[in-house]
Design a protein around this ligand. Sequence first.
Ligand code: CP3
Length: 354
Amino acid sequence: MDSIKNRRILDVLAGNPVDKTPVWIMRQAGRYLPEYKKTRAEAGSFLDLCKTPELASEVTVQPIRRFDLDAAIIFSDILTIPDAMGLELKFEDNRGPYFDTPLNNLDDVSSLTDENNSSLEYVADAIIHTKEKLNNEVPLIGFSGSPWTLSTYMIEGAATKEFRKIRSIVFNDADMLNMLTKKLVKSISEYLIMQAKAGANILMIFDSWGGLLNSNNYIDFSLNPMKEIISNLRKDKITKNTPIVLFTKGGGNWLNEISKSGCNAIGLDWTIDIASARKIVGENICLQGNLDPCALHGSKESIQNAASKIIDSYGFGHKHIFNLGHGIDQFVNPDNLNVLIKHVKDYSVKYHNH
Ligand code: CP3
């Protein structure tokens, strides 16, 4: 057994009682922190920051030094896998990440490699550096994008407005999408195992664009491939017991199906009431979320009220990990995040004393 001191999140995921609701924040290492901006400038670019283990580990621990968080998440990006598969990832400020030559057909997919762990070793190295810096204070979360979400970037070239290209391919070139999905399932499974081997204690799958799909297509092209990844992880001796969090943004319609995927926790965006979500998924699964990220632009009192509402809505029980419903944005004042985290810790105690 590992010797991590703050075990709240690991306890929640293992079904053990905790003294208060644990909290971490999606995108907790990011541009809202002045120290992140400084290290990013030192790295030269976002991609250099991701690919330099010493600096990636530094920004991973920055929010842990500043706030009373219960987990760190490795600083990287979901688009490292497409980059390693052969689509060169580019990044421009004010535009975000993109690919110059997105996939158009089966031949394009055939030319991608799915043997890419060796070119992703910088992520394993960043995890190893981070574990040293964390000194067992809190667990470390590793992550990947889902096959569907990575496919959207690889086919669209970037996050687009309508996602018309990939949404049409769902209907008129399922062979192409299935071949891509198959390669991604293999790559992602191996990548997550590599992260666990390097020291990640929890694994999270970000399905940021699952909510674009209709129900049948969500099951076929997003949930089933994620289930395959989970089953691959359960078959591997390194990850067979590693807790897995699955987050489909816009997935509120499919919580029952997601709860049967084999994951240990479901990430919720802010559009669903957490009490309703709990009723749907039952008591065997943990929930993570789900404050509207924009609540962090409110006054101290409104931030506290918004957080209390979520904690009240979840009610008694130990299977809630507090988080935002999506990533923190770059314009949030870090002091407001401190208000939120302190309040979650103080206010939630009453729901754990039983
Ligand atoms: O949570 C963390 O602190 C870990 C780091 C992390 C990043 N990206 C760093 C990042 C994680 C977990 C991600 C995941 C990610 N990346 C997702 C899934 C989560 C989600 O938001 O739905 C997606 C869709 C991406 C793709 C991506 N990367 C986009 C769309 C952007 C641009 C958006 C923006 O905020 O500008 C990025 C860039 C990115 N990834 C930044 C960070 C901190 C901002 C880069 C910078 O300018 O410094």
